[in-house]
Design a protein around this ligand. Sequence first.
Ligand code: UD1
Length: 376
Amino acid sequence: MKLLSVVGARPNFVKIAPILRALDAARQGRAITSVLVHTGQHYDSQMSADFFSELEIPPPSHTLDVGSGSHAVQTAEIMRRFEPVVCEERPDAVLVVGDVNSTLACALTAAKLRVPVAHIEAGLRSFDRRMPEEINRLLTDTISDLLFTSEESANENLRREGHAAGQICFVGSLMVDALRVYRPLAARSTIRDRLGLTATDDYALLTIHRESNVDVAATLTQLLSALADLARELPVIFPAHPRTRARIEAFGLGRFVERRSRDGTAAARGRLTMIDPLGYGDCVRLMSGAQVVFTDSGGMQEETTGLAVPCLTLRDTTERPVTLTGGTSVLVGNDPERIRAAARSALCSGRPPATLPPLWDGHAAERVVQTLLQWL
Ligand code: UD1
């Protein structure tokens, strides 16, 4: 049996790592070949190679080196380069994860070559088709044969869209698996010391990278201005995605942030402290100790729920509603007043109770692998 798994962007690495581990553990002498393909959608070492070494992901068998481009160019280029790999490897199934351009491009390529496709994180819907990820989710699910879901809303969405019950497999959150598997990495992280934060220092963590938040100057300005205000009272640590950094420079918004190294310069007190993107262990360490996390990342909505840390989600919609109803996330959009009010309220109420949504027990990857083995 040969399983070809695809990764392309940072959140994919975190989800595929527990699956590849579970696949290794399930082998037990069986002839299971695992082929990993990296499309190269993310290519900076801090966005890609560092995750491979930290999460001990085996080096990819094929690297497509597609790099950046418009949505059409990136998607088309991945398809063009992935097709010969599928023809050469002739896998029994292709496994794609999440909702990035690599997910859709590789699912579409495999489906047209009549190779069965399994999609991890199927069925999530924000119902906002202005998000490129929503288009990727809808189309990937339409052409996938096996749909692994992380929450009940996804099962409902897929049933409503007409998918057969036998295609849908509710496995839980792989981000929560990663938190469990890689707990020692976070425990060993020295990021707080490197940023000069003592064990008792309160701080907030901020990440933003969505097109809707960073690609329009007025929106990015109001977000940074609100967070810079908050930073006067509470240090705000801001590991910035390369896309976000580029926009801050292009829009001339450097006045809102204080640039620091993530490796040994103290956070700027009273200022929004912008650092390079973090590795996994450092990021989980900072998340788990934060008074509040501000983010537009889908994965961090799941992780903060897993860690029982208050999360103010800088979006108007979420494809992960269980993080609102059964988790720690609150949607606050990008309106500065709403953000300030929500931040005050989150800081007053402290840590929410640590209840977890169904099947967010750290064993989703094992369920994925067992199902895949039976299916194939
Ligand atoms: C992509 C995903 C998004 C996911 C995010 C996680 C799509 C449509 N979007 O967004 O869903 O939440 O990854 O990070 O697939 N860049 C670099 N170095 C890199 C990668 C990107 O400098 O290693 C810069 C480039 O200027 C590039 C820009 O970031 O043009 C955007 O990268 P891209 O992969 O197109 O989308 P993301 O914003 O990373």
